[in-house]
Design a protein around this ligand. Structure first.
Ligand SMILES: [Zn+2]
Length: 171
């Protein structure tokens, strides 16, 4: 998936789950991290090790595995237990990273969840091709839905049965 789709889905997930705007930003950032193995991705442009990881392992390998998710989760909770970050930071980071992996499972390529084992997984038939019409459609549908959702919640029309998750988001 494209970075914008990952970030949008991460923001929407945090909103629906009742997190605040800060956590939404954290989730969005962490939703971009797995693609640090691509030098031209958002994360790849920031992280200096991007090219080295790409050359050694390729795209969608170590950073798209349960191993990397476990490491990110462990570091996030370690920082929480040290009192450096809050619990919601840790949860948002893990949520963002996880959402990336789930979205990439929807692509025909899939991801090697059990890396270093070379076993690739897809979800729902892997029908969403990166950057092509299906992903663009998913992105724009999510964007329009979220604009409506945020609009309803943020402008005080909260009695539409959508739940209260986004109320805190708009304060
Ligand atoms: Zn990816």
């Amino acid at each position: 998936m494209l970075g914008k789709t990952h970030a949008l889905v991460a923001v929407l997930l945090t909103a629906v789950l009742g997190f605040g705007i800060i956590e939404a930003g954290i989730a969005a950032i962490f939703s971009l991290l797995p693609d640090a193995d691509l030098p031209y991705s958002y994360a790849g442009k920031v992280f200096p090790f991007s090219l080295a990881v790409n050359r050694k392992y390729g795209h969608r390998t170590v950073t798209h595995s349960l191993l990397s998710l476990g490491c990110v989760s462990a570091v996030a909770f370690f920082l929480y237990f040290l009192g450096i970050v809050g619990l919601n930071f840790a949860k948002a980071a893990i949520l963002g990273y996880s959402s990336h992996l789930v979205l990439d499972l929807l692509n025909p390529t899939g991801i090697p969840l059990l890396w270093p084992k070379d076993l690739w997984f897809i979800l729902l038939g892997g029908r969403i091709v990166v950057g092509e019409l299906t992903e663009q459609a998913v992105f724009w549908i999510l964007l329009v839905l979220s604009a409506g959702y945020f609009g309803i919640e943020c402008f005080g029309f909260t009695n539409f049965g959508f739940g209260g998750g986004l109320i805190g988001f708009c304060r």
